[in-house]
Write a protein that binds this ligand. Structure first.
Ligand code: HXC
Length: 286
């Protein structure tokens, strides 16, 4: 059953702002990233979503395609972000079938709860490989296409930029490394690396018209991350400690995504947009 528009996107955004644009998203079958892509597709984009699980990825692609009549959404399953060749092939296929890559979301992540003394070197490496190397592989595979797209929207600074955007990257990170978070040393290290990478890409590639930003979601309801990381009692306690008084929604991450990818975000580069209802500023005590 397709979601009604108001369920996944605020009405502030105009239909068609991403017409003829293509988004490439790793982790695209997951709860947060699929909502980001769905919102882009609703507003005109076509999409390639990348995942490890073939059935889950293909089904999600079909579901996202219902967000707009005529939308083309391809699901490339069996692509592990730890394999650069597989990502390069997916990016090529995406451009061959949909014509370009204008937006990238590096969203694939791995996580589990464990104290550092129980994390094997291989487990630490698995998370670093998925989050840090996976993000690097994603950007590396798509950057030539993003640069092409950005070139169409560059401004000389004297005339206003042409309408529409392209050449934009969003890394999906977290807030847990801003403070010490128990049982999350592996992911904290990895996400700090992702944030740092986003900033370097912003500075290096900015002159080519690329923007590279981070969205750091707080606790978002009904996501795999929250399901993996907390039990219901913990969730009730966390809700009370969030200044907003509740968990976030995937729609709120989708809205942040549209902001950064749209003309509204033209001059935002190298930033971390925290979308957590103010949670990380608190001491975590209700
Ligand atoms: C300790 C664990 C473990 C656990 C796995 N390992 N789970 N160690 N505690 N709970 C260890 C394994 O024993 C193994 O080490 C190593 O990790 C690799 O495990 P594999 O299963 O062989 O690897 P792989 O299939 O590649 O799995 C990677 C994974 C897995 C990260 C471990 O959890 C995964 O694929 N996750 C993907 C989906 C996911 O996590 N989504 C949630 C993202 S949420 P040994 O030494 O035995 O070989 C998110 C939000 C973050 O990122 C922010 C939240 C606020």
């Amino acid at each position: 059953m397709p979601l009604a528009k108001y369920e996944y996107l605020s009405d502030v955004w105009r239909d068609g702002i991403f017409d003829n644009k293509v988004i490439f998203c790793t982790g695209g079958a997951g709860t947060i990233c699929s909502a980001q892509v769905r919102a882009m597709v609703h507003l005109g984009a076509n999409a390639c979503i990348i995942g490890r699980n073939v059935e889950k990825t293909e089904n999600m692609a079909k579901d996202i395609a219902t967000a707009r009549k005529g939308a083309k959404v391809l699901g490339f399953g069996a692509v592990d972000v730890r394999k650069p060749e597989a990502l390069a092939e997916a990016a090529q296929k995406c451009v061959k079938e949909l014509g370009s890559i204008d937006f990238v979301i590096a969203g694939a992540a791995g996580n589990f709860l464990a104290p550092m003394d129980q994390i094997s070197q291989n487990a630490m490496k698995a998370v670093m490989d998925i989050d840090v190397l996976g993000s690097y592989n994603t950007v590396k595979a798509t950057l030539p296409y993003l640069i092409e797209s950005a070139a169409k929207h560059k401004t000389d600074g004297k005339t206003p930029p042409p309408k529409g955007t392209g050449g934009r990257i969003i890394f999906v990170s977290a807030t847990l490394h801003y403070t010490g978070t128990p049982l999350q040393s592996h992911v904290s290290v990895a996400k700090a690396g992702v944030d740092a990478m986003a900033m370097s890409v912003a500075i290096e590639q900015g002159p080519k018209g690329i923007t590279s930003n981070v969205i750091a979601p707080g606790p978002i309801a009904d996501t795999e991350g929250v399901a993996r990381l907390s039990k219901q009692e913990g969730r009730d306690r966390v809700s009370k400690s969030i200044p907003a008084g509740r968990y976030g929604t995937v729609k709120e991450i989708a809205d942040a995504t549209i902001y950064l990818f749209s003309d509204a975000g033209n001059y935002v580069n190298g930033e971390v947009l925290v979308v957590d209802g103010g949670q990380w500023h608190t001491s975590g005590v209700a």
